[in-house]
Design a protein around this ligand. Structure first.
Ligand code: PLP
Length: 420
């Protein structure tokens, strides 16, 4: 199927993270047929416990019955119209109810729509052009130009976006000094794999305020995952604007820009406008997902189940004495396996071998555990049993040295770019 796809679809995928750049060719499933709860089935009917979960967009589990029912009911009425629909107001009100910084809301389809919209809004509000970034913020020119994957982005655009380092307030301060009175926005993932140092997020807010820049939290992943009100609620640091995507609607394509009314109001003038804005199926999914988050212990479960994963992985790392090659970081609801180079093997060789072996045993992960409400204790026991076998193998290979060729049945992955 991959061969066939490659004839008509460059890369054979719409998304780098779903493509052969992330799933090593020949030892990975390349196409999924269906999902239910925490499990998915590939086109050869192999079953996997899924810890990727639609790149962290599935928070309740695949084909959640409540979400599916809400979408079916909305489908009977129609998907998009020539005027707005009441569901837009309901979801906006729900976000305002749940998210601390939210006073007004506009919707996009992907996280990238929302980050691009928020940055344009910040530029319009401040009448400044430069942007300070920390983390991953999507595919659009204004951001991706600042990474090594900047092919096709004009240098005049690239020159306006500057990265600063997480947990390094000084690196942000330097940007403010270098581009004095020119920085429109500071946009940051409040957290991904690394814990914020005490006072870091607060410090970012103080620096942004002091320098007249708008603070945007990119809560594409942390939103509706760290807490019902996102990382801003979890850490108690409230930005001017925040953007949400992924977990908003349990896998349906919708995102949001939200924040202080005073800043948001200019969305009436800023061009953030597209045909499928306000598409009702995704908004019906969003309303049901968010209501379920309020009524059931969804977030609590993501943390509890994720804690079992992290604890189990740490025990296995100790058991197999892999502490200098492997670690697990991030919050319980979104944790990351980090591989390190050894004297003979690169982290990419080790990670590729790890993926090959866990896929063969029925676990789908890209090294992260994007927890969902559907992950059962049985899933986690199975995951840890499989990791136990694969860590044993990694230990053996590391001990024997120069035997990777014998074990790895594909080429090692090549990093797309390093952000997290
Ligand atoms: C933190 C963050 N921001 C923005 C995006 C972009 O979202 P999308 O891929 O939906 O455009 C992502 C996607 O992975 C993300 O993780």
């Amino acid at each position: 199927m991959l061969e066939r796809a490659l004839k008509t679809i460059p890369l054979g995928s719409q998304t780098f993270s779903k493509s052969k750049t992330a799933y090593p060719e020949g030892v990975s499933p390349h196409f999924i047929k269906r999902g239910d709860g925490s499990h998915v089935w590939d086109v050869d009917d192999n079953e996997y416990i899924d810890f990727v979960n639609g790149l962290a967009s599935i928070t309740l589990g695949y084909n959640d019955p409540d979400v599916t029912d809400a979408v079916k009911a909305q489908l009977e009425e129609g998907t998009i119209f020539s005027l707005p629909h009441e569901i837009e107001i309901k979801v906006a009100e729900k976000i305002i109810e749940m998210v601390p910084c939210a006073e007004m809301v506009r919707f996009g389809k992907n996280g990238s729509d929302a980050t691009a919209g928020a940055v344009r809004l910040a530029r319009a509000n401040t009448k400044r052009d430069h942007v300070a970034v920390c983390g991953y913020h999507g595919w659009q020119d204004w951001y991706i130009g600042s990474t090594s994957r900047n092919l096709g982005v004009p240098s005049s655009v690239r020159d306006l976006t500057h990265s600063f380092a997480y947990n390094d307030l000084d690196s942000l301060d330097q940007l403010f000094k270098k581009y004095s009175d020119q920085v429109a926005a500071v946009i940051i993932e409040p957290m991904n794999s690394t814990e914020p140092n005490n006072g870091f997020l607060e410090g970012v807010k103080v620096l942004a305020q002091k320098n007249g820049a708008i603070l945007i939290f990119d809560e594409t992943v942390t939103g509706f995952r760290f807490a019902n009100g996102g990382a801003q609620e979890y850490f108690g640091v409230i930005p001017d604007l925040a953007i949400f995507g992924k977990g908003m609607a349990n896998g349906y394509p919708v995102s949001a820009v939200t924040g202080r009314a005073e800043v948001m109001k200019l969305m009436e003038e800023v061009f953030f406008s597209f045909t499928f804005g306000g598409e009702t199926l995704s908004l019906a999914a969003a309303l049901t997902t968010m209501t379920k988050l309020q009524q059931e212990p969804v977030v609590k479960t993501l943390w509890e189940q994720g804690r079992k994963v992290k604890k189990g992985v740490n025990t296995l790392i100790r058991k197999h004495n892999l502490g200098n090659v492997l670690s697990i970081t991030g919050k319980d609801c979104w944790s990351f396996l980090i591989f390190k180079d050894t004297d003979v093997y690169s982290q990419w060789e080790l990670k590729t071998l790890f993926l090959q072996e866990v896929f063969a045993r029925g676990v789908l992960t890209l090294g992260t555990h994007n927890m969902s409400y559907a992950h059962s204790d049985e899933d986690i026991t199975r995951l840890l049993n499989i990791y136990n076998e694969v860590f044993e193998l990694l230990k053996e290979i590391i001990k024997k040295k120069n035997v990777m060729d014998k074990w790895l049945k594909t080429e090692p992955l090549v990093p797309l770019f390093k952000i997290r």
